[in-house]
Ligand binder design. Structure first.
Ligand code: DGJ
Length: 736
């Protein structure tokens, strides 16, 4: 049993294959957190809690009477709430009907359920095989306000994953208001941690930062209405000396695509608290009698063996228990996208020419990107008018698709459903459908306004229009884009005291529309996008099994972006394309091989005018496409190892500026080693790389040479130092 309950002492212990999580209902019904870390037995770790007289500045709840050793301000709490004596960051806060700000939940009951809980209207992990998960539900209630909290724990024992979510139910007849409702908190009684997080900007997403969890509060957050380019909703707490293969580390990844916060506080006692969930300035949620609020899900994982094992567990659970639909584990098509090839300047015949060239390279699918609808000839107009512009295309959508299909390619199309331009038929007909503050000029992003996705009528229009396009031709792929940070949070359909719910209701509306469309079109491959990787989060992966990783297609920048992305997200989810040089974003010129090798650490595809390639380039692109297809099951289904980081220099002097990564098949009979140089030095030294994940005793063949797994992993592999502009190479090791 993954969940063990000591009823007498009210201690709850959750075991996964390699980790244990423990908490208890302590004195007066306060839920105390006891442990998260390497697997132990059921023994209660309550003995670790420091009990001493905290004197007057860490106060004591009334229940404790004269006991000055009992303070919520110093105890490790399972789900810290505000207003009752704990002055640290809280996971939840509420207002009673009279405005009193207190939330004092006490333990009531628990239940163990078979299977994994679901969160209606929200993306969440699910059981892929019956019996692989269990649920622990612990019920608390504030005896004064009658606000009930159901703390949910989903346990994927064999996969070493524990999920958290909270359902708040107003059991009183009065109005209650949540002012904070995060998905979880974890208090670490002891430990000196680093916080690893993934920050960036448009075209430079998920750069790695590693900082000490110092006294005070550190916040990683987005208030943009999206999970954002700037801060990803995935953070890691790790031991000071933890690295890829060593040390305790804890992952926290929010299954949510809107504004969020992860906060880490090291308190006066040296304890470290992490809380994470939906967060934006002014979050409130009104609960009338009987109403509920459900938080998004937080996916937690502990690895006692460093970041590599942590990432493998996230990759596995996301591929199998988060992504859905016909495409989740299927071989993804290699696609050609026309965006960087043509931008807005294209017509049907041009796309057909590109399709023809793509067919010659062995590609599978052509994506018609932005500019095919309404009056969309630049980015100031047209969004919202999801009607093919037959005049511009020079043919109907149906004819275009047929022509592309005739050349052996499937057809895909771009939408940006959540947005509208003021210069559009949609805006002229429904100016009230946008997010806009009364009496104020709306904020524009890329010249566009955001539709109010909390509105059913707006969503119905989008569902009907997108369906009409998908039904009108054989469209087999949809790119779902979104190109601005959200603001102007006001919806005329919500009463004044519910406006603080809007950013969350927007996300719920988006999920509702995505659910309807992905259910209706299970055979269509949906790829998420938000100006590249501005919404690269597990919430989106529930609807789209792949996400365009970045608008930056420069191979050398991509090494960093994809390296950072790999901590939580599987390679099969990473949209990555080969583009033209000099690169449109950086002006850098890299060899085609390097661009192909970088794109192979993802879904692989092209984003350039293939009709302009010369014969040599065409032959090389075809070769790399065939290579990718050969290795695709290994790349997407194997274990991904980070070997040399583009963010730090480690190992032999010749390794400076080199990034290396590796894919190993589940049965360890195949390994693909990839290395790319971001910098070059004269008089180059050998690059020394230790492979990982091989079978020590197996022989591996590389060309004519044979190596044992042990030799490659512990002795390593040496390749002559790189020369030239940004070279890259792959080495395929096959079990002999
Ligand atoms: C942003 C996306 O990330 C690009 O790939 C492209 O689709 C453009 N939008 C189109 O406007």
């Amino acid at each position: 049993m993954a969940i063990h309950v000591d009823r007498e002492n009210r201690v709850f212990t959750i075991h996964t294959a390699h980790s244990t999580y423990q908490f208890m209902a302590g004195p007066y019904g306060f839920l105390l957190h006891l442990y998260y870390g390497k697997r132990i037995d059921h023994q209660s770790l309550e003995y670790l809690i420091q009990r001493k007289d905290w004197a007057s500045f860490s106060s004591n709840p009334g229940d404790a009477g004269g006991d000055r050793t009992f303070s919520l301000d110093t105890l490790p709490l399972e789900y810290p709430t505000a207003g009752t004596g704990d002055c640290r960051i809280s996971a939840a806060a509420a207002l009673d009907e009279d405005g009193a700000a207190a939330l004092d939940p006490r333990y009531k009951d628990f239940e163990i359920r078979r299977g994994k809980y679901a969160l209606p209207g929200l993306p969440a992990l699910y059981e892929a095989e019956p019996g692989e998960a269990e649920t622990l539900a612990v019920v608390l209630e504030d005896p004064v306000s009658r606000l009930e909290l159901e703390l949910l724990y989903g346990v994927f024992a064999e996969k070493d994953i524990i999920t958290r979510a909270v359902v708040f139910t107003n059991r009183s007849g009065k109005n209650l208001r949540l002012t904070r409702a995060l998905s979880a908190g974890v208090d670490f009684l002891y430990g000196d941690f680093d916080l690893v997080h993934f920050h960036g900007r448009h075209m430079m997403e998920r750069q790695i930062a590693r900082v000490p969890a110092a006294p005070g509060i550190q916040t990683v957050s987005s208030a943009r209405g999206t999970s954002s380019h700037q801060h990803n909703p995935g953070v890691i707490l790790c031991e000071k000396d933890a690295g890829e293969d060593y040390g305790d580390c804890y992952g926290f990844n929010l299954v949510y695509s809107g504004s969020f916060a992860a906060q880490v506080e090291q308190d006066q006692t040296g304890q470290t608290r992490l809380v994470m969930g939906v967060d934006y300035g002014g979050f409130t949620f009104l609960l009338a009698g009987g109403e509920r609020f459900t938080t998004p899900e937080l996916v937690m994982c502990h690895s006692g063996g460093g970041f590599a094992a942590l990432s493998h567990r996230y990759h596995r659970i996301y591929r199998h228990n988060l992504c859905r639909g016909d495409w989740k584990l299927a071989r993804r098509p290699v696609l050609i996208n026309n965006w960087e090839a043509t931008y807005f300047r294209f017509d049907g015949p041009k796309l057909i020419q590109i399709a023809e060239a793509a067919a010659g390279l062995g590609l599978d699918l052509l994506v018609m990107d932005d500019g095919w609808f309404g009056a969309r000839d630049d980015d100031n107009r047209g969004l919202g008018d999801w009607f093919p512009n037959e005049e511009k295309l020079g043919m109907s959508l149906g004819t275009l698709v047929e022509e592309v299909n005739k050349r052996g390619l499937k057809f895909g199309i771009w939408f940006e459903p959540e947005m509208v331009n003021e210069e559009s038929g949609l805006y002229r007909a429904h100016p009230d459908w946008v997010l806009r503050l009364p009496g104020r000029d709306p904020v524009r992003g890329r010249g566009q306004l955001a539709l109010d996705m909390s509105r059913q009528d707006t969503r119905d229009y989008l569902f009907e229009r997108i369906s009409a396009v998908l039904d009108s031709a054989r469209v087999e792929y949809v790119k779902w884009d979104m190109n601005r940070s959200l603001s102007d949070w006001y919806s005329p359909l919500l009463p004044a005291d519910r406006q603080g719910e809007l950013p969350h209701r927007y996300v719920l509306g988006l999920y509702d529309l995505l659910e309807r469309l992905t259910r209706k079109y299970p055979r269509v491959l949906f790829e998420g996008c938000s100006g590249g990787g501005g919404r690269f989060d597990p919430g989106m992966l529930f609807y789209h099994p792949q996400i365009w990783c970045s608008d930056n297609t420069d191979a050398i920048d991509r090494l960093k972006i994809q390296y950072g992305t790999s901590f939580f997200y599987p390679v099969s989810a990473v949209g990555s394309h080969v583009s033209v040089v000099p690169n449109h974003g950086t002006g850098r010129t890299t060899p085609l091989a390097t661009r192909c090798i970088a794109a192979m650490a993802g879904t692989f595809g092209f984003e350039m005018d293939l009709t302009r390639m010369d014969d040599a380039e065409r032959a090389e692109a075809a070769r790399w496409t065939a290579e990718f297809k050969k290795y695709q099951p290994l790349i997407h289904g194997g274990a991904y190892y980070r070997l040399l980081s583009p963010f730090e220099r480690r190992g032999a002097p010749g390794n400076a500026g080199v990034t290396a990564w590796e894919f190993v098949s589940p049965d360890k009979t195949q390994a693909l080693l990839c290395a790319a140089a971001g910098e070059i030095r004269a008089n180059p030294l050998n690059i020394h790389i230790r492979l990982k994940g091989l079978d020590e005793n197996r022989l591996y063949r590389l060309g004519e040479a044979l190596y044992t797994g042990a030799a490659l992993m512990y002795g390593g592999f040496a390749l002559p130092g790189f020369r030239g502009d940004y070279p890259a190479r792959v080495f395929f090791f096959e079990g002999a």
